[in-house]
Design a protein around this ligand. Sequence first.
Ligand SMILES: Cc1ncc(COP(=O)(O)O)c(C=O)c1O
Length: 428
Amino acid sequence: MRDSVAAEKLSERDKKHLWHPLTQHKTSPEMLAIARAEGALLFDEDGKKYVDGIASWYTCMYGHCNPYILDRVKKQMDTLDQVVFSGFTHEPAIKLSEELIKILPRNQEKLFFSDNGSTSTEIGIKMALQYHYNKGKKRNVLLAFEEGFHGDTFGAMSVSGLSVYNGPFEDFFIEVERIPVPTTENLDEILNRLKERLQQNNIAGFIYEPLVQGAAAMKMHGAEGLDQILALLQKHEVLTIADEVMTGFGKTGKYFASDHLRHQPDIICLSKALTAGLVPMGLTTCTEKVYNAFYSDEVAKGLFHGHTYTANPLACTAALAAVELLQTDEIQQNIKNIIGWHQDFNKIIKDHPKVKETRQTGVIYALDLNVQMERYGSLRNKLFEHFMGQGVFLRPLGQTIYILAPFITTKEQMERIYEAIEKALEIV
Ligand SMILES: Cc1ncc(COP(=O)(O)O)c(C=O)c1O
C-alpha cells in the first residue's frame, strides 16, 4: 500500500489533500512538483531543470540552498531553535538588529518581527493608527496608491488597490483613500488635492511600494514625485509606511528603494529576500519618534501584537547571513552586471512590434506585450507553459513579462531567459 502511494507521481498525490494559493482548482492545470533547487535552478520530479527567473517570488536572491546561509542556519539549529520573544531575547535577533540598522535608511531605529510580508504591513498599519490614538488624536483613514499590493490579511487587503483579490471582503475593510502613482503630468494635481484633503486632519498614514509596484505588474514611478508627496504628508504628521517587502535588499540597485529618495519613511515593511528564501519572516522597522509614542507608563499604550514565531532564531540567522552576503563585493558586482545585461537586452527588444513598453529599476526588468489579455486568462497560461517548456520559470502578470532573477544568476542562465522571451514574442 505504502509503496504504491510512493510510486504515484507527486503532482498526482498533490491533488488529494492540497489547496494551493491564488488557484481555482477546477480550471487550473496540475501542480508541477519541484524536487530540488540549487543556485538559480529548480529541478522538477522528472529531473528537468528551470532557471528561476523570479527568484521564487523575489525571495531566493542569493540562490537556492545557498551554502553560506545553510551552513549558518545548520549551526544555529544545534544551539537554539525557538524561544518566546516576549520576555526573552537571543543573540541572532540582537545581531541582526545591529547589522540591519547599519544598512537601513538612517532614521530607522527599532525593529518589530513577524512572520511574512502581509504581517509586516499589517503591523505597519497598526503602528500608524495607534501612534495617533496614543497621542489622543482621532485619525482613522489610511492613504494608499491605486493598484498597490500589500498582502492578504485584512489590514493589508484594505490598503491594496488590486480588487481582483478583494471582492468578497471589501465590506469589512478599514477606511482607505487612494491616490494615483505620481507622474510628471499628474504630480501638481495630486499635491493640490492632498493639500486640501489634509485640512481634515484625519489621515493616519500613507502606505506605498516605493518606485516599483510588484503585483501591479512591475509598474514603476520616479523618485522625485514620491519625494514631494512624502514631504507634504510628513509636514502634516501623516506617518509614511514604505512597503519594501518586494523592493528591499538590493533589487533596485541600492539596498532599499527608499535610498533613492530624499525623504525617508517613518516605517518600513520587509520580508521575502530578508531571509533569502530559506524560512519565512517579516520585519517592520520604525523611527525613534514612532517608538516613543508607544513608550509609556501606561501598559495599554504598548503595541499588543505578537506572533508565536516572532524573531525565530533560525530565521534571524538566515537573515543575518543574507545581510552579510548582500554587502559583499561579489553580490554588489553581480547586481551591477545584471543591470547592464538587462540594459543590453532592452536595446534589442524594445522596438519589437509585439512590445508596447519596457521598463527597468535595478535588477527588475519588465515588458508589456502589445496584445490584449486577462491577468489569469488563456494567453497568460500559454505564455507560462511556453516558458516552462523552454526551461525558464517566468510568471507573466496580465500582458507583462518580468524578470527578477537571483543575484547569482549566470550570464548564460540569463541569456536563456532572454531567448525564451524573444521566442515568446513569436507566439503571442
Ligand atoms: C509589496 C508587497 N507587500 C506585501 C506582500 C505580501 O507578502 P506575503 O506574501 O509574504 O504575505 C507582497 C507579496 O508579494 C508584496 O509584493
